[in-house]
Design a protein around this ligand. Structure first.
Ligand code: NAD
Ligand code: UDP
Length: 333
């Protein structure tokens, strides 16, 4: 299939480009590079040995130059701003970027008769989940920040679109916690400034770029008191998109992409130290506003219907994150 990837220069998009090309698809990327660099595309070309048509474009702008040159079978829509804290201080920037982009994209797809779309959503739409492990039947909840609301609203827009015109095929993928990097060490997550997420923070502490990890709370109702999340290797996540393409003719579907296994912050720290033979100094602090204690998926629907499951374990996630951290100093951005 010929796939349009929005946000394809970003963390998950770049890994997905690699897996799509490996699976025999062809890919065209649109990205405004607001949180990535064109160099990522070159490194993906190096990994795949394929040429990737790339358009540096903002999705809120006129996209006809892309559609006049290509006819797409499907679109995977990754592009969006994703920093939770920033979304609280700059809500209009988030609503404008994420919602206007999506509306413009959908209208353009429709005008060019490409009615197959896979959307990057997040477990954040469950809010404080009504059940653990979280199935797709779990009701959506109250989001704690504008970023989360943009995901929730876009899910609603896509659902309404499908209800109004069932010739659309929509797959909503709710990611749990993507971590790790491609084994080549050429692509990975490159947060700007001080990282918000756990693994990028840990890698920067291990490398000495940051002083120590601040663990947000050890008074949750978990075995060691620290928060539990469902970390998933980004390559497994990328393969979930390849699997989703096989189901893109089935109307509207929602899938959790996670491993179904939760790990605490302390387990992450200990495993990272052991696998990579490094030290990660930390201090325990109070809970972070908006955090929940436990969040992990029931991924069986994706296993059943997409014949997909996550293969990599925590050790590979920690190893590849560290490999990327070390390599990115020489190749990176
Ligand atoms: P990322 O920031 O690395 O990639 C997103 C890409 O979109 C960037 O390259 C950015 O330049 C581009 N972009 C943003 N706004 C754009 C616009 N208006 N026009 C064109 N390009 C634009 O993020 P990621 O981690 O790869 O996430 C991909 C998607 O998955 C996002 O929608 C994100 O919200 C979602 N998601 C990510 C996580 C996570 O933990 N990384 C978890 C759940 C969901
Ligand atoms: N966390 C932490 N210190 C950090 C970053 C995160 O203790 O510097 C904890 C956080 O409280 C949560 C887990 O690590 O329990 C995962 O947080 P992250 O921000 O990576 O993902 P999310 O909260 O979005 O699931």
């Amino acid at each position: 299939m010929k796939i349009l990837l929005t946000g394809g220069a970003g963390y998950i998009g770049s890994h997905t480009t690699v897996e799509l090309i490996k699976a025999g698809h062809s890919v065209v990327v649109i990205d405004n590079l607001s949180n990535s660099s064109e160099d990522v595309i070159k490194r993906v070309e190096q990994i795949t040995n394929a040429e990737i048509p790339f358009y540096k474009l903002d999705l809120r702008d006129n996209l006809s130059c892309v559609f006049s040159e290509h006819a797409f079978d499907a679109c995977i829509h990754f592009a969006g701003l994703k920093a939770v804290g920033e979304s609280v201080s700059l809500p209009l920037r988030y609503y404008d970027n994420n919602l206007v982009s999506t509306l413009n994209l959908i209208k353009t797809l429709e005008a060019h008769n490409c009615k197959n779309i896979i959307f990057s959503s997040s477990a954040t739409v469950y809010g404080t989940p009504a059940e653990i492990p979280i199935t797709e039947q779990c009701p959506k909840g109250i989001c704690t920040n504008p970023y989360g609301w943009t995901k929730s609203i876009i899910e609603q827009i896509l659902t309404d679109l499908y209800k109004a015109d069932t010739s659309w095929n929509v797959i909503i993928l709710r990611y749990f916690n993507p971590v790790g990097a491609h084994q080549s060490g050429l692509i990975g997550e490159a947060p700007k400034g001080i990282p918000n997420n756990l693994i990028p923070y840990i890698t920067q502490v291990a490398s000495g770029r940051l002083d120590k990890l601040h663990i947000f709370g050890n008074d949750y109702e978990t075995p060691d008191g620290t928060g539990i999340r469902d970390y998933i290797h980004v390559v497994d996540l990328a393969r979930g998109h390849v699997a989703a393409l096989t189901a893109i003719k089935n109307g509207l579907s929602i899938y959790n992409l996670g491993t179904g296994r939760g790990y605490s912050v302390l387990e992450m720290v200990k495993t990272f130290e052991k696998v990579n033979s490094v030290k990660v100094p930390y201090i325990i602090e109070g809970r972070r506003a908006g955090d929940i204690g436990i969040c992990y998926s029931d991924p069986r629907k994706a296993m059943r219907e997409l014949a997909w499951r996550a293969d990599y374990g925590l050790e590979e996630m920690c190893r590849d994150s560290w490999n990327w951290e070390q390599n990115s100093r020489s190749v990176h951005v």
